[in-house]
Design a protein around this ligand. Structure first.
Ligand code: AMP
Length: 170
């Protein structure tokens, strides 16, 4: 199954010059979504980790079913002002703008291992911030997992030493 066929390319969204990869066709097809989750779990099964960290908001769509099937805790990484408890915070740059990510300070314990999950790896800014949050609480990221990696934006390098895994790389 060629998952790329279910990613719609939308030019100049949300800003001129950005070729947005729209995952809604993939979400709209239950067989394709199931196969996507199966492939993500196949890769995640080769890693040892205590919890799945999913980035708001599209990361939730893939992190939650993975956590359910793999029987792992799911930790949401959220935009500012969304989490009700005490948080650790990290600002970062996006392919289109800047942002901040937060995590509950007690979501992970020192020494625990996290698997980071999101839909698209672009510049790696989001997942770099996610790894910074993990390190702020004394935990470690064992990997960052994506459906699609935009290789030409160098996100993989930005995430080092955290290894990246993607179902598709373009
Ligand atoms: P980055 O932090 O630059 O790696 O960007 C990754 C985040 O922004 C992910 O949460 C993606 O969902 C989103 N994103 C960035 N660029 C694109 C793109 N060209 N198409 C779809 N989503 C994108």
């Amino acid at each position: 199954m060629d998952l790329m066929k279910y990613l719609r390319e939308v030019p100049d969204f949300p800003k001129p010059g950005i070729m947005f990869k729209d995952i809604t066709p993939l979400l709209a097809n239950p067989e394709v979504l199931a196969e996507t989750i199966r492939r993500l779990i196949e890769i995640a099964s080769s890693l040892e980790f205590d919890a799945i960290l999913a980035a708001e908001s599209r990361g939730f769509l893939f992190g939650a079913p993975m956590a359910l099937v793999m029987k792992k805790p799911l930790i949401p990484l959220r935009k500012p002002g969304k989490l009700p408890w005490k948080t650790v915070n990290q600002k970062y740059d996006l392919e289109y703008g800047s942002a901040e990510l937060q995590m509950h300070h007690d979501a992970l314990q020192p020494g625990q291992k996290a698997l980071l999950v999101d839909d698209v790896l672009a510049t790696g800014g989001t997942m770099r911030a996610a790894d910074d949050l993990v390190r702020q609480v004394g935990a470690t990221s064992v990997g960052a997992l994506f459906i699609l990696e935009l290789g030409f934006l160098g996100g993989k390098k930005n995430l080092l030493p955290v290894p990246t895994y993607s179902l598709i790389t373009i």
